[in-house]
Ligand binder design. Sequence first.
Ligand code: ADP
Ligand code: MG
Length: 471
Amino acid sequence: MMVIDIHEPGQTPLQHEAVSAVGIDLGTTNSVVAIAQDGQPQVIRDSDGEALLPSVVAYGADGSVTVGAEAHRRLLEDPRDVVSSVKRLMGRGLDDIKTLSGVLPFEVSVPADGDGGGESGGMVRLHVGGRHVSPVEISAEILRAAAARAEAALGRPVPQAVITVPAYFDDAARTATRDAAKLAGLDVLRLVNEPTAAALAYGLDKGAEGLYAIYDLGGGTFDISILRMEKGVFQVLATGGDAALGGDDFDHAIAEHFLAERGLESIRMEPATVKTVLSLARRAKEELSSRDSSSFRLEFNGEATFHPLDHDMFNALIEPFMTRTDAICRQVVEDAEIAMEDIDGVVLVGGSTRVPLVRERVAALFGAEPLADIDPDSVVALGAALQAEALTQGSDTLLLDVTPLSLGIETMGGLAEKVIYRNTPIPVAKAQDFTTYQDGQTGMIIHAVQGERETVDECRSLARFELTGIP
Ligand code: ADP
Ligand code: MG
């Protein structure tokens, strides 16, 4: 196989021989894979030089599976064969998914023997392209494509990975992500929180202790996290966001604007026309991130119209979304029980933070210029790659996450006895003595729970097993 070695101009290519693990940002809209060597992370591009791998999977009637840009092109043409934003379904049960069914063009089913989704949500299946596939299987295709990209660049498979997940992902969603990796043949060294990975890419673990806000505006989701860096460990103090707010909303606002200028409403359009208008809107938005104004040509139904767009107009169109992100940021700072002024730095993550108004608003809100010199759509993958290197090359700056919730077991009377307290750096092993209820008892049921409340009913049940043969 040919080794494709693509790197940024002026950047020294890495000595790939020692790389044994990749970092993967498994995103809602786009995924990115990166490697690191000697503390220098680098994104792996495909043969066209593309860093972003659209998180879109197309299932062909002929049994074929396509991932990435090609699948994305088919999204609006064959909506019943193509899955996007599957990350939203990870670890969700049938009930959760049904509430999303308005936005999903697929039938959702559970196998006859299935139990509403199971802990990892792996049982729920989408009827897509004539097949029944689970969110875990769909995510596995994306991970497989990411791994294939790394293999093509390095000339050999790299079976180990650090994969990032949103800080708010619960145990079921994390388990589903691990299951997807396993299915893709990847050995997951660790799941790292996305904001933590972004902080790592900026080397915030190396600097002084402090409080950081990680502002992540992607394609369809907004996440804001407050991290405290203390003794080399990032603690997530609070997270917030809106699972239905992102760059796609900007595209829609521009599209509606263009259509209104043409005297039309989008409601009564053919899917192919909607696609034409939305992709022009997206191009307009992205172009305006690097220039002040431009005019865009919209052609469909045999008619072409011209639409000038400048910053003032664009900013007015997206102002309602900015008001929402501002309010969410203020709330999260309050939840973290800190003041705006306590924050030592703000990191920008996600392609939509390239929009100048977004940057201005973040700077104004936090009273400081945000950290933005690392490409915002690669920063999470770069941080994951650094963590992958630290875990495989035995670096001494082995950055750790913490358990977001306490872990414990059920004791008599339905009480939850905490064994590992929340915010304990992980991995961790803890031993604690428990006695049996009666003398001579040789077995007991161990019920592991997660949560801060006193009673088991109010905690989340993780697993149960029977310990037998107690002497
Ligand atoms: P996710 O984390 O949801 O997978 P990304 O971080 O890759 O998403 O962000 C994707 C979004 O970023 C899309 O809405 C895309 O249009 C937007 N985006 C990418 N580049 C630019 C740009 N130059 N200007 C404005 N928006 C951009
Ligand atoms: Mg992202």
